[in-house]
Design a protein around this ligand. Structure first.
Ligand SMILES: Cc1ncc(COP(=O)(O)O)c(C=O)c1O
Length: 397
C-alpha cells in the first residue's frame, strides 16, 4: 500500500471513459469524497492505520499458492494463485470496505450504506462497519437474497440491516439503484461504500487504489519465488475490482493480461454478463463505460450463475484498457464455470467462488496456449457462499 495514486483526469476520465454523471444533489458529495480520499492517501497516519488493519484484522498479506494439478499446473504450465479467499470474510471485497469505512470515519459520516450482489461485499461492509462501530444498511436484490442465503444471515449477525430490493430483476443493478437513491436522500450523514471499481468519479479510482494491494503484494511474492515477473495475469471481471487491483501494479510491464467475464447461457440479451465483449459504451450508474443496453439505451438484464458477475456494466478503467488493447477480455459460460469449480476443488483442495471459477475455466480451456508460461491468477474468493447454487446445479460433477 501507499504507492502514489495514478489519477484519471480532473473530470474523472480514464481516456474516453469514466466521469461523474450524478444528480446535482450528489455533486458536492462526490467532490467532498474525492478531496477526502486524496488527503487521506497522502496522510502517512491513515496509510499506516490502513496497513495495520489489513494485517491484524484481515490477515494480509495473503499467500501465493502454487497450483499442483489443475489444467496441467506443475507440469505443462506454472500457475500461481493470489489467495484473496484467505482474507477475513473470504474474498477480496474486504480490502475495499476497510479502506472506505476508514474514510467514512475520517469524514465524520454517521451511517454506512452499501449494495451487494453475491453478498461478499455486503458481508465485508457489515464487517468493517461493525469494526468501526457504525450502523450499516445493505441493499440486496431479492433474487440474490434467494441464492446467497448464508451471506444474508451473516450480514444480519454482524449487525447490518439487509434491505430487499424487488425492482427489476432483483439483482445487483437494482441494488445499486436503490442504494444510490437512498444516498441522494441522506447525503449529509451517509457514506455510500460502493463495492466495485464502478460508479461516478472518484469511486473507480478509489476502489482500484484500495484493491491494488493485491497486485503490489503478488508482484513482490512472485518475484521472490521466481526472480522474474509472470507472463500472464488473469482475473474474473464483474464490476472489475479484483482484476483492476491485480493488474494495476503491472500496467507498465510487458505482461499479457486477461479479464474473464460471465458468458452465462449464451450471447443473446439477458443470457450473460459480458459488458466488455458484448456491450457498447453508455452511461450507467454514474459513469460512461461499456454496458449491456438495447438500441434505445435501456439497460438490459444481465445473467450469470455467479451473483458477483451478474451485472450489466463494468468499471470505466476496464473500458479504457479494452479500447487501448492493454487487457483482453473473454467470456466463460455458466456450465464451464460450474465444472471448473468442482474440478479445482478436487484437484487443488480449494473450493473457489463461482466468480473466481470463470477465470479457472479460462485456464483449462486455454491450457495449450499457456504451455510453458507462468500464470498469476487472482483467486478472488472462496466458494462456501455458493453451496446452494452448486447443489442446485447437481452438486459434485
Ligand atoms: C469472490 C468474488 N469474486 C469476484 C467478484 C466480482 O467483483 P469484481 O469484478 O469487482 O472483483 C465478486 C463480487 O461479488 C466476488 O464475490
Amino acid at each position: 500500500m501507499g504507492s502514489p495514486v495514478d489519477n484519471p483526469d480532473a473530470r474523472g476520465f480514464f481516456g474516453s471513459y469514466g466521469g461523474r454523471f450524478v444528480p446535482e444533489i450528489l455533486v458536492p458529495a462526490v467532490e467532498e469524497l474525492d478531496a477526502a480520499f486524496e488527503k487521506a492517501t497522502d496522510d502517512k497516519s491513515f496509510i499506516s492505520e490502513l496497513n495495520r488493519v489489513m494485517r491484524d484484522f484481515s490477515g494480509r498479506p495473503t499467500p501465493l499458492t502454487t497450483a499442483v494439478r489443475f489444467a496441467g499446473a506443475g507440469e505443462s504450465l506454472t500457475l500461481e494463485l493470489k489467495r484473496e479467499d484467505l482474507n477475513h470474510t473470504g474474498a477480496h471485497k474486504i480490502n475495499n470496505t476497510l479502506g472506505q469505512v476508514m474514510l467514512a470515519r475520517r469524514m465524520a459520516k454517521r451511517r454506512i450504506i452499501a449494495e451487494t450482489g453475491a453478498g461478499q461485499h455486503g458481508v465485508a461492509t457489515a464487517t468493517a462497519a461493525a469494526l468501526f462501530g457504525l450502523p450499516c444498511d445493505v441493499y440486496m436484490g431479492v433474487e440474490d437474497i434467494g441464492r446467497q442465503a448464508p451471506n444474508v444471515e451473516r450480514m444480519k449477525l454482524l449487525g447490518a440491516r439487509v434491505i430487499p430490493v424487488d425492482q427489476g430483476a432483483g439483482t445487483l443493478k437494482d441494488a445499486v439503484n436503490e442504494a444510490m437513491r437512498n444516498w441522494v436522500r441522506n447525503v449529509e450523514d451517509t457514506f455510500y461504500v460502493l463495492g466495485s471499481a464502478v460508479g461516478p468519479h472518484p469511486y473507480p479510482k478509489m476502489v482500484r487504489y484500495f484493491q491494488s494491494v493485491i497486485g503490489h503484494e503478488a508482484r513482490e511474492q512472485f518475484q521472490n519465488r521466481y526472480g522474474t515477473l509472470p507472463d500472464i495475469l488473469l482475473a474474473c471481471v464483474g464490476g472489475g475490482s479484483n482484476a483492476a487491483g491485480l493488474f494495476y501494479p503491472f500496467l507498465d510491464d510487458d505482461i499479457e493480461m486477461v479479464g474473464v467475464e460471465a458468458g452465462g447461457e449464451g450471447s443473446d440479451p439477458g443470457q450473460h454478463g459480458a459488458s466488455l465483449e458484448l456491450g457498447s459504451p453508455g452511461i450507467f450508474h454514474g459513469s460512461l463505460s461499456y454496458v449491456l443496453q438495447d438500441e434505445d439505451g435501456q439497460i438490459e438484464t444481465a445473467h450469470s450463475v455467479s451473483a458477483g458477475l451478474d451485472y450489466p456494466g463494468v468499471g470505466p478503467e476496464h473500458s479504457h484498457w479494452l479500447e487501448t488493447g492493454r487487457v483482453s477480455y473473454q467470456r466463460v459460460s455458466d456450465s464451464d464455470a460450474l465444472e471448473a469449480t468442482s474440478r479445482f476443488a478436487r484437484e487443488e483442495g480449494i473450493l473457489p467462488a463461482l466468480e473466481t471459477a470463470h477465470a479457472l475455466a479460462w485456464i483449462s480451456q486455454n491450457a495449450g496456449l499457456l504451455a510453458g508460461r507462468k500464470v498469476l491468477m487472482c483467486l478472488s474468493g472462496r466458494g462456501d457462499k455458493d453451496m446452494e447454487t452448486l447443489l442446485e446445479a447437481g452438486g459434485v460433477k
